[in-house]
Design a protein around this ligand. Structure first.
Ligand code: OSB
Ligand code: MG
Length: 368
């Protein structure tokens, strides 16, 4: 496989409704799409960096910069045997995992297409249908929150995650447990609490949540060890896990019992698979997180979610929950049972819509 060119496109996509977390409120996504040309065909990847560095240190601008200045020069013209050869070529750049995953995942798509097989089969996936949950942003009122949950359950989703932050936590969970006593419910704090908040976090034990996601600092493994020791509810780490080594440390120190794997956060499919395998060996279930992706990133997430240890419902949900119109065809849809049926077409399986993408592209760079 010879890596011929990389086209970066920044697209702007307005969310159907603003998404509010303890970090910020997003109304419009600025997404970088990567199109890699290899042996005459195109592979597609998506950058999951946010508009601001509030979830991770990367943002859309840093990812574009790193891709152009450091990652592409390390890849251009290279002859590789597999997309698995990409990570070692990028590893000398420290961090910037989302930038790395943008191009790495595109090359996985290209490899699968060259072999004329679905990406999920190429990486060793087994599921033909994946279980889906939703991530619900912070709402202005408890009534609005409850109504939103009701609607998502009506659509079939198997578990509900709500975003929490100080002042918008116990009451929200209490209300949902009143209205929906039996649903699979989880909360995600995106690092909004400190170890001093342990008494409050302990109160969450009363609501038999499936897990509490990332209560403490984005890089604070030590703090999470203390919290997991004191709580019955499993801690799930998101932000903290950006490398295989962090995952190893988190598991062996007892910082969590569940891990949320995101392709961008860990630097692409090779690393995601390694972390998946590590967790499987330790009986730590994983699930696929979401970053408000367009259809390209969503399709990559679906492929990853077919790996056997992705045993819990993820945050990968229907295109129509986010966008008036997605950038792929078909759009991602969810069955009334709250699953996504995995496609058998080559590569990521969903086709990028060239016309739609070019109509929302605000900048483009063709690198050779
Ligand atoms: O913490 O999982 C998170 C979105 C942006 C940044 C971080 C997170 C999220 C989500 C949304 O929870 C998941 C999705 O629906 O894509
Ligand atoms: Mg999270």
């Amino acid at each position: 496989m010879r890596i011929q060119s990389l086209t970066l496109r920044e697209i702007h996509l307005k969310l159907i409704a603003p998404f509010e977390t303890s970090m910020d409120r997003v109304t419009e996504r600025r997404i970088i799409l990567a199109e890699v040309r290899i042996d005459g065909l195109s592979g597609w990847g998506e950058c999951t960096a946010g508009e601001s560095p509030f979830y991770s240190p990367e943002d859309t601008e840093t990812a574009w910069h790193i891709l152009k200045k450091y990652l592409w020069p390390a890849l251009k013209g290279r002859e590789i045997n597999s997309a698995a050869d990409v990570w070692p070529l990028l590893e000398h750049v420290r961090g910037h995992n989302m930038a790395k995953a943008t191009v790495e995942t595109a090359i996985w798509d290209a490899e699968a297409k060259l072999k004329n097989i679905p990406l999920w089969k190429l990486i060793g996936g087994e599921r033909t249908e994946i279980p889906c949950g939703v991530s619900i942003g912070i709402k202005d009122s408890l009534d609005e929150l409850s109504a939103t949950v009701k609607k998502e359950l009506g659509a079939g989703y198997q578990r509900v995650k709500i975003k929490i932050k100080p002042g918008k936590d116990i009451q929200s969970v209490q209300r949902l447990r009143q209205d929906f006593p039996r649903i699979k419910l989880t909360v995600d704090a995106n690092s909004a609490y400190r170890l001093d908040d342990l008494p409050l976090l302990k109160q969450l034990d009363a609501f038999y949540l499936m897990m509490i996601e990332q209560p403490l600092g984005w890089d604070d493994l030590f703090g999470h060890v203390q919290v997991q020791k004191e709580l019955q509810t499993p801690i799930c780490l998101d932000e903290c896990i950006h490398t295989y080594e962090q995952a190893e440390a988190a598991i062996s120190l007892g910082a969590c019992k569940i891990i949320n794997v995101k392709l961008g956060r860990v630097g692409g499919l090779l690393q995601a698979k390694r972390i998946h395998d590590l967790c499987q060996r330790h009986n730590v279930p994983v699930w696929c997180g979401g970053m408000l992706e367009s259809g390209i990133g969503r399709a990559q997430n679906i492929a990853m979610s077919t790996l056997p240890n992705f045993s819990l419902p993820g945050d990968v949900s229907a295109s129509a929950r986010y966008w008036q119109e997605d950038v792929i065809t078909p759009e991602v849809t969810v069955t009334p049972q709250g699953t996504i049926k995995v496609l058998d077409s080559p590569g990521i399986g969903f086709l990028p819509r060239a016309d739609r993408i070019s109509s929302i592209t605000v900048r483009q760079d063709h690198l050779t």
